[in-house]
Ligand binder design. Sequence first.
Ligand code: PEP
Ligand code: MG
Length: 753
Amino acid sequence: MIKLLRRIIQEVNVAGDLDEALTIIVTRVREAMGVDVCSVYLTDPQNGGQVLMATDGLNPGAVRQARLRQGQGVVTLVVERAEPVNLDCASDHPRFMLLPETEEEPYQSFLGVPIINHRKVLGVLVTQRREAGRCDDEQVAFQVTVAAALAGAISHAEASGSITTLLGLRPQTNRRFKGLAGAPGIVIGKALVMNQQIDLDVVPDRRIEDVTAEIVTFLAAVEAVRIEIRTLGQGLSQALSTEESTLFDAYLLMLSSDSLVGKAVANIRTGNWAPGALRQTVLEHVRVFRAMEDPLLQERASDIIDLGRRIMSRLMERDKRTFQYPEHTILVADDVSATMIAEVPLGRLAAVVSMHGSRYSHAAILARALGVPAVMGLLDLPLAKLDDREVVVDGYGGRVYLDPSPAIRAEFLRIVAEEKKLTAGLAELRELPAETTDGYRVPLYANTGLTADLGPARDSGAEGIGLYRTEIPFMVRDRFPGEEEQVQIFRQVLRAFAPHPVTMRTLDVGGDKSLPYFPIHETNPFLGWRGIRITLDHPEIFLTHLRAMVRASEGLDNLLILLPMVYCVSEVDDTLRLLRRAHQGLVEEGYAVKMPKIGVMVEVPASVYQISAFARRVDFLSVGTNDLTQYLLAVDRNNERVANLYDYLHPAVLHTLVQIAQFARTHNIPVGVCGEMAGDPMVALLLVAMGVDSLSMNAGCVPRVKRTIRHFSLQRAKEMLQEVLGFESCTMARNYLDAVLKQEGLSNLVRPG
Ligand code: PEP
Ligand code: MG
């Protein structure tokens, strides 16, 4: 059964469109279950009724014609109950309604299973038999499994508008996709779809003018792969038997075949660029092979994919070399990485849109640091159809609009203008302190990691750098930077802010941050080899890193060092030993360097309860609320499926923060907050009320947080904190804070328009 199921899912995944996918489902499920009829009904997005979308067994002429309004028929009963309806004889049921065009009179037994994605019923998978009788447990379980496995694909089709198209409804203008707010701001630009790996499924279509040149390029890529395969085959010929060597011959044969190369060329002639044409051709072949009975022939699908990837990789190299970035580039990818962002020339990057990830992914953090909007976790985006289309990115609401109508465009342009006005107004606060109306001051620092970001950080009025993410300059290189190279980078940052403090965090890779030249593959990376665990395991890298930081501070003396992911004191002790060694070595070499202050990040719950021990060893604490929230709530900060559960206003997070502030006070050690939470204006105020000594945030947030702090008294902030600590849910806390913002006329600080 499992094999069968896997095969159906595989076939569905490579189907060209929803129509084809549904046809595969009904045919295969009917065969597998030995029933007389299998049909899929989908929810009509316009009126909530059910429409017959595919059938094997009923009258095919009824497809898209047979419709049930809400409350009509047993199919809609499945939707209402959101559970299987298993009937001996459907026509005996009081809700039965005959749809004559389907010609379903002869069928008695009925099993309808809801197709549910993220708690939403998308439609119903129905099987029917001539004879009366309920389906047994195993049949129900199989049908439920198929429906659950297919829900994702159907939901994707729904969001990408395929269902609307299939139903012949008027295509929607301003197609809107809802994701997660990643970085604030609103822009209109041109989508540029970037591929980080050779994933054929997500290669976009792109229109081209010069068909002949494209064909020449394509054939050159094919030739390069042919040479590559021949060389590979020759290299292994000694070790392989003649029979095994024929595998390479088969590859070469496919590369000469008209069906693969010729078809792709024909696709290019229709005006699609070579990667898009290749994707189309390869996926068509894969579909044909996967549908074959013979397992050997089915295996050919993998060979075709392999060949396709090889050709694609050659084409991508060419693409990288010749690529022109649009003036307002909206960088779109399956999973936007920090390196992809770095590839776009700075003046051209207008926004970031990622199908995976959340507000706490490093791509989003980087976008915020660069001051460009980002929308994350848009699983339903039709990536292959996006390239070069006009897109509005609303980084406040986490929405993306495709091909906006003039009215929507005008509305967004109005909001953009309003936001500009607000930013100009906030600029007046630059030289003023973040001080409550009753005179309580709290330093605001900026988070950074890019050199390009230093100017905006200074202009924001930040009083120093509270978190410099050293891994970012490491990520954009192709090897570990050497000591001298690191000194240059770090000194630039320290100098830009001297005499103000700059807190440099030691290399924090692992989790979702990997270095292209130091890949880490783990099943559970956020609980794995991360942050200080890696650097302590590589003293040769760590010592150079620490030496570079201390050397870079010579004569400036504004460096503080922060340790990420600490969970026990021995990590601190070991680092201190290395740091002293680095410092001592530099002094002996004649550098006039001081021993910097050192701090521990509180981002692992275990560290909360060791504050007294840390206080005996280090000079300050900095709470990394991004990770602390993820570990306290057991919610992956990058996983869009659970993004709605990730919330730093969760009572557990707020109460833990209160405790941290208390422990720090008791043990007389300063504590700051450097997670994204510190940049949320009202939440920042709550942190001040808790007694946190400093806040560090993205430069763009500094003026907004300052404006909020200057608006309230510490007394009022403490009252609000007490109120919020009494709430039992994130929603209650969020609603309360929003209401206060509104009442105080500050709502536009969080979202203009
Ligand atoms: C944090 O975890 O809150 C933090 C600031 O570190 P990062 O987001 O870089 O993991
Ligand atoms: Mg962290």
